[in-house]
Design a protein around this ligand. Structure first.
Ligand SMILES: Nc1ncnc2c1ncn2[C@@H]1O[C@H](COP(=O)(O)OP(=O)(O)OP(=O)(O)O)[C@@H](O)[C@H]1O
Length: 269
């Protein structure tokens, strides 16, 4: 698996973004560019503003000052931004298939038949087509999260935003879904931003890691771990060393490191 070519997706630009809720400044003067076709992880201590920044990128939060731009601009208007929440948030009374068809209905995509075919294809991409007629309470936690990913990807978004998508799952499922996410990214070439608390997960799944502390962007670290990624890499020296670097940045003990180009440093095949 190599980093996908970046011709079909969007990039995200946060320019001096500040978000305040009353007197509470959740995000403070954050400037961050997410390049086409990369997966950037946002990590940092609880309450440091990760979700608020992610929701601002999605347009779910308004920013107090600064600007979020997604290019090409039409992306935001065409419903080409997918969002995966920590909780699968499936409609309990609808079948898995109906849940996945919902975004297509909301954007008025095609006929009922084409929506059904597209939703079934999206379910198949997460190996869940056999569960199309089951309701959420008949699915395991991992199946619900796969359905949630299928729902986010059914419109073939150019940008995928994920807020701690695997936090509630055990380690094995986490690894499986992480691998699934990478293979979908490889195939669909979306640009992704993923909030996570898990440093190992951020290293395994991303091209760069943005570390936030107290609302501010502490650093953006190119991920030097080679591609293709697999859980076996967690036992390598390169992985352990980078984990130490990320941990230091999280604790604010880092030496300032110049950022390098993700495609030349974080990538390769
Ligand atoms: N809608 C809101 N109204 C008021 N305060 C908010 C709102 N959303 C977030 N905050 C505050 O903004 C700060 C950042 O919250 P945010 O959820 O972005 O942090 P986080 O880094 O994602 O935390 P966690 O890792 O625990 O999910 C917190 O102090 C939170 O209480």
């Amino acid at each position: 698996m190599s980093i996908p070519e970046s011709t079909h997706c969007s990039s995200i630009h946060c320019d001096r973004v500040t978000v305040a809720f009353g007197d509470q400044v959740a995000v403070s003067d954050v400037s961050l560019d997410v390049e086409r076709g990369e997966i950037l992880s946002l990590i940092g201590p609880s309450g440091c503003g990760k979700t608020t920044l992610l929701r601002s990128i999605a347009g779910l939060n308004s920013v107090t000052s600064g600007e979020v731009r997604i290019t090409p601009a039409a992306i935001a208007n065409e419903g080409q931004i997918g969002f995966v929440f920590q909780s699968p948030a499936l409609l309990p009374w609808a079948t898995t298939l109906q849940n996945v068809m919902l975004p297509l209905q909301l954007i008025g995509y095609g006929s009922g038949r084409t929506r059904r075919e597209k939703a079934l294809a999206s379910l198949a991409s997460v190996q869940l087509d056999h569960a199309a007629d089951l309701r959420p309470d008949e699915l395991s936690g991992g199946m619900q999260m796969r359905a949630s990913i299928a729902r986010a990807l059914v419109t073939e978004p150019k940008v995928l935003l994920l807020d701690e998508p695997f936090a509630a799952l055990d380690d094995m499922l986490r690894n499986d879904l992480g691998r699934l996410l990478l293979s979908l990214w490889q195939r669909q070439r979306f640009t992704a931003v993923m909030v996570t608390h898990n440093i190992s997960e951020s290293i395994l799944l991303s091209t760069r890691i943005a570390v936030m502390r107290a609302g501010a962007l502490e650093s953006v670290l190119p991920n030097p771990v080679a591609w293709p990624r697999s859980p076996a890499q967690m036992r390598t020296q390169a992985f352990a060393e980078f984990l130490g670097v990320v941990s230091d940045h999280l604790r604010g003990r880092s030496e300032e490191q110049p950022e390098r180009s993700v495609m030349s440093d974080g990538g390769g095949s």
